[in-house]
Design a protein around this ligand. Structure first.
Ligand code: ADP
Ligand code: MG
Length: 422
């Protein structure tokens, strides 16, 4: 029986789906949990408590585990685990992405530098630190631009600025996010870096793929039908298959393959975001992991296998050739966060679930807990899943279902965040 080490970040949404996939495949799993009791309790008999911020310590723990129970593959579910996974696989002599390539994908400024060096078209960029003077940086920037923390994910701290004043406000807001304990405790110097990039106009798509010996196989291409023009970039709708012309879809796949090659990524899952406009196709992010949140639930391959199962098959060398996504259109809405505060009630779920085509609704913040909108927030409010004959119908279904949901959020007593961004 194969044995997989599954690396899960504290905030993971993927634990259950990966564990179900492993059970379906008959693969043994050890959860490498990043310092969270809730995760460690999930499968207490096969959990390795790790600290992703302490690479060397984590590697030593993994090496000890491997001597007791040989490991066949190390699979990171989120960005936070990708470098550790590559390092561990390297040490254990398992197929993996080169560590340097994963580091290049993990840090947004390195991604930009390496893509630019290899000639992959992308926005101009400038690396800043929270210790820089934002007034000076603002005077040197070109507009519009996007400011973003080098190390965070899920659009947290990603803010568009159209002019100098907006730049300074955005910069200060990001600097405050980077002071949050959860970020500081990562003990990564790059957590103090901010990247300023030219704003790339256009439509955005997400590419889900897998690399085998450097060869990219696109598993799904998602349109993001809601405009993402800022100032914040909250993820909402993902719908597959894409409605873009076939030739353009092919070109997007080729562009992502080029970007992956430029970074040196060769093995395992790949998630990319690209923007497309009249000038061309621009990779925004290339990550050696699969799609985040619960979005993978939109995907089914072959006779109904999940993305997680496909990934575990691939990781254990079972082969995935011939596994195509089901022909039906499918999609997800990451439910937008209407306001910040305590989530008191969620209404209309039953009504939304009865919209034809809706495949499920998951509210992922428990009643009574804090809901934090972007740019500070990093938890999804929930997910609506749908499938239909066409992507247009999927989009309509998701919007209809969403209109039926009602969130009662009690504002925090003394909001301490500035509301103006521009
Ligand atoms: N240079 C840019 N031009 C236009 N939009 C951008 C740019 N950079 C980021 N964005 C928007 O912000 C979103 C999140 O940025 P990204 O770099 O992917 O960070 P994260 O790791 O948080 O997802 C992107 O999906 C895109 O919509
Ligand atoms: Mg992204």
């Amino acid at each position: 029986m194969s044995h997989i080490l599954l690396l899960l970040a504290t905030h993971t949404y993927r634990a259950q789906d990966f564990l179900d996939a492993a059970a379906a495949l008959g693969v043994a799993v050890t959860v490498g949990a990043d310092g969270s009791q809730a995760l460690a309790d999930l499968v207490p008999e096969s959990t390795l408590e790790l600290d992703f911020g302490n690479l060397e310590g984590s590697l030593a723990s993994i090496a000890r585990l491997a001597t007791q129970h040989p490991i066949d593959a190390v699979v990171p579910a989120e960005d936070e685990g990708t470098v550790l996974a590559a390092r561990a696989a390297e040490t254990l002599g398992l197929p993996h992405n080169p560590v340097e390539a994963v580091v290049g994908a993990r840090y947004k400024h390195l991604t930009r530098k390496r893509l630019a060096r290899m000639g992959v078209p992308g926005p101009g960029f400038r690396l800043l630190s929270v210790d820089d003077d934002p007034e000076v940086a603002a005077a040197q920037a070109t507009y519009p631009c996007v400011l973003k923390p080098v190390l965070l994910s899920a659009s947290r701290g990603v803010i568009r600025a159209n002019e100098r004043k907006g730049f300074v406000v955005a910069f200060r807001r990001i600097a405050r996010i980077l002071e949050e304990p959860e970020v500081v405790e990562r003990h990564d110097p790059a957590a103090r870096l901010i990247l300023a990039e030219e704003y790339v106009a256009g439509d955005e798509l997400a590419v889900e793929a897998v690399l085998t010996n450097g060869e990219l196989q696109v598993l799904a291409l998602f349109d993001k039908p809601d405009p993402l023009e800022g100032p914040l970039f909250e993820e909402t709708l993902f719908v597959t298959p894409s409605r873009r012309p076939e030739s353009e879809q092919k070109a997007i796949g080729e562009r992502v393959a080029w970007a992956a090659r430029a970074l040196g990524l060769r093995h395992g899952p790949l998630h990319a975001e690209v923007r497309v406009n009249e000038q061309g196709i621009y990779p925004i992010e290339i990550a050696p992991r699969s799609i985040g949140g619960l979005c993978s639930r939109t995907l089914r391959f072959g006779a109904g296998i999940s993305l997680e199962e496909l990934i575990l098959r691939h990781a254990t060398g079972m082969g995935i050739s011939g596994l195509e996504r089901e022909p039906r259109a499918a999609g997800v809405m990451m439910i937008p966060i209407p306001s910040g505060g305590i989530l008191r009630a969620v209404g209309g779920v039953t009504e939304a679930e009865t919209v034809p085509g809706v495949r499920g609704i998951e509210i992922s913040i428990p009643i009574g807990q804090n809901v934090v909108p972007l740019p500070e927030g990093h938890r999804y409010l929930g997910f609506i899943f749908a499938s239909a004959d066409t992507p247009q119908q999927v989009e309509k279904t998701l919007r209809r279902a969403h209109r039926r949901l009602e969130f009662s959020i009690e504002p925090a007593a003394a909001p301490d965040q500035p509301s103006s961004l521009m």
